[in-house]
Design a protein around this ligand. Structure first.
Ligand SMILES: [Zn+2]
Length: 228
């Protein structure tokens, strides 16, 4: 989860760290998805395993298809009036998620998130706490949150090309982007290692080359090796 804040800080370099933790989850994910697009381009290639036949397939997704508009942008409170309960609540942010995870159990985390999201609640004009809200009201709150912040839960609709089975898969931009950065970093280190051994250049000298020039030298080395 810390990874989310690290990527968010990169996406919003002028926003102070404390303010980053208050950005609603869907807005956070939209900002990170835009950063991903600027870094690696508009296409995302991933793998999915069919829940019907177990076949692994490659998925190509356009960032534009999963990037929602400005929903979830607002930290303004939402209101719900149901079964005699009036509730004002807000979308959860990273700070709320940290608190929820720290509770240590899914049950406690769920209640913690509800508690953090509820700003004020009344039952028949009497002030009540988040604990007193019935399950139906909490469920309606959760639905309303999801509707106003769809970026917080991106579901991919997948049809298996082998068996035709249709299923949904959650797309988590943070873990996906993190893995991409990690594998790019490892690849760059391998490139530095090859070039340093072949030409005797320092790491700083190699990293100061554009990726295009670095690739040209690597192609020359590969050509030489293939024609030995
Ligand atoms: Zn299948």
């Amino acid at each position: 989860m810390e990874q989310g804040l690290i990527l968010l800080a990169e996406a919003c370099p002028t926003v102070p760290p404390e303010a980053l933790t208050e950005i609603p989850i869907g807005r956070r994910d939209a900002l990170i998805l835009s950063l991903r697009e600027r870094t690696f381009g508009p296409w995302i290639v991933g793998l999915a395993t069919c829940l019907g036949c177990g076949e692994q397939m490659e998925l190509t997704i356009s960032v534009a298809n999963i990037l929602h508009g400005q929903e979830g942008n607002s930290s303004l409170p939402m209101a719900l009036d149901l079964l005699g309960y009036e509730v004002r609540f807000c979308l959860p942010c990273s700070r709320d998620l940290f608190a929820a995870v720290a509770t240590g159990s899914p049950e406690a985390a769920y209640h913690c998130l509800i508690e953090k999201s509820v700003l004020i609640a009344y039952h028949k004009k009497q002030r009540v706490s988040a604990h007193d809200l019935p399950a139906d009201v909490i469920e309606a709150m959760a639905e309303s949150m999801l509707k106003s912040d769809p970026q917080a839960d991106v579901q991919l609709e997948i049809i298996c090309s082998s068996c035709g089975h249709k299923f949904q898969q959650t797309f988590d931009i943070i873990s996906f982007f993190w893995k991409e950065i990690d594998s790019r970093a490892r690849r760059t280190l391998r490139e530095v290692d090859h070039l340093a051994r072949a030409y005797g250049w320092s790491e700083a000298e190699i990293l100061s080359l554009s990726s295009w020039r670095r690739q040209c030298y690597l192609d020359i080395l590969n050509f030489k090796r293939a024609n030995k």
